[in-house]
Design a protein around this ligand. Structure first.
Ligand code: HEC
Ligand code: HEC
Length: 255
């Protein structure tokens, strides 16, 4: 074979290899698309089933003691420095959604991804059980509160922008799964708000976009004050703060 000819053969072989590699990739992508859809279906199925299942509080307590207590504490109050959130008294549908999200990489945190794996929570029933147990724990008070410098201003911002969903006392809404913010640790609240407003991709991808946009309208100093106000809620007797007077009554999951 002439040199030109060998080169041509070589080029052909390379081209064939390249095209078969592309072909293989296309087949792979084609195979993955339905898999991805399937995976999404499986996650939704698990979520819906956990939301539907009749929970067993007794079994939920056993799961909580085995796994969650180590970080969230026996009263579900989290860690005093705010690194681990309070979860006591959160609406059970909110808890279920978060557990399913962590379990399937829709909310990222290594500790929670590990704690919600199948070796911990076997199926949707386990998720429903532990969520029901946590949601009936009594609300805790934040050990980690802010400086308390602008509580009145923060109360005004909260009343204008947050009360319709999170309620005048920050107790959330069990019906629609809006989380309780009252008594949550200052550091945790601020970290979550900074994460979603800075659009730190991936950490909490299911967080509603409109909500992130609402929080983006506030300056960082306002977020600090909002977190401060919310962390103080539930400590009304000690701090002299009363719940926001706006919109009364419809949201209270707990008084
Ligand atoms: C190893 C420590 C650890 C264990 C064990 C653990 N958690 Fe968590 N949990 C965390 C941390 C840290 C976060 C905050 C992660 C983040 O920033 O997204 C969290 C977040 C959560 C949240 C979201 C709270 C919110 O307000 O958004 C829920 C709900 C929750 N955990 C429930 C549980 C349950 C139920 C268990 C037991 C099955 C459990 N956790 C076990 C550390 C832990
Ligand atoms: C339209 C209803 C709505 C409004 C208004 C609203 N929120 Fe929320 N908020 C939600 C829902 C729903 C979630 C849960 C999102 C999820 O599932 O990830 C949430 C989550 C949060 C979280 C994360 C809590 C946690 O435990 O992980 C914070 C912090 C928060 N909101 C603060 C605020 C503040 C501050 C305001 C006012 C400036 C506000 N929200 C206004 C509905 C609302």
């Amino acid at each position: 074979m002439s040199r030109a000819c060998t080169e041509a053969v070589h080029t052909n072989a390379t081209a064939r290899k390249a095209s078969s590699a592309i072909g293989f990739l296309l087949v792979l992508i084609a195979a993955m698309v339905p898999l991805k859809i399937l995976a999404g279906d499986v996650v939704d199925e698990e979520l819906n089933s956990a939301l539907r299942d009749r929970p067993s509080l007794l079994h939920g307590e056993a799961l909580f003691d085995d796994t969650c207590i180590a970080c969230h504490g026996p009263d579900g109050g989290g860690q005093p420095n705010g690194s681990v959130p309070a979860i006591a008294a959160q609406p059970s549908n909110f808890i279920i959604r978060q557990l399913v999200d962590y379990r399937h990489g829709r909310r990222l945190d290594l500790r929670m991804e590990h704690s919600t794996g199948r070796h911990r929570l076997v199926d949707a029933q386990d998720i429903a059980d532990v969520a029901a147990y946590v949601s009936q724990l009594l609300p805790t008070q934040a050990a980690d509160v802010g400086a308390g410098d602008h509580l009145v201003e923060a109360q005004g911002m909260y009343a204008r922008a947050c009360v319709p969903c999170h309620g005048d006392s920050g107790t959330g809404d069990a019906g629609s799964g809006v989380p309780r913010l009252a008594g949550q640790h200052w550091e945790y609240l601020l970290r979550q708000m900074r994460n979603v407003t800075a659009n730190r991709e991936g950490q909490r991808p299911t967080f509603p976009r409109e909500h992130a946009m609402l929080l983006q309208r506030f300056k960082d100093a306002d977020l600090i004050d909002l977190a401060d106000y919310l962390s103080h809620l539930g400590q009304a007797r000690d701090s002299g703060i009363t719940p926001s007077p706006a919109a009364s009554g419809t949201n209270g999951q707990r008084p």
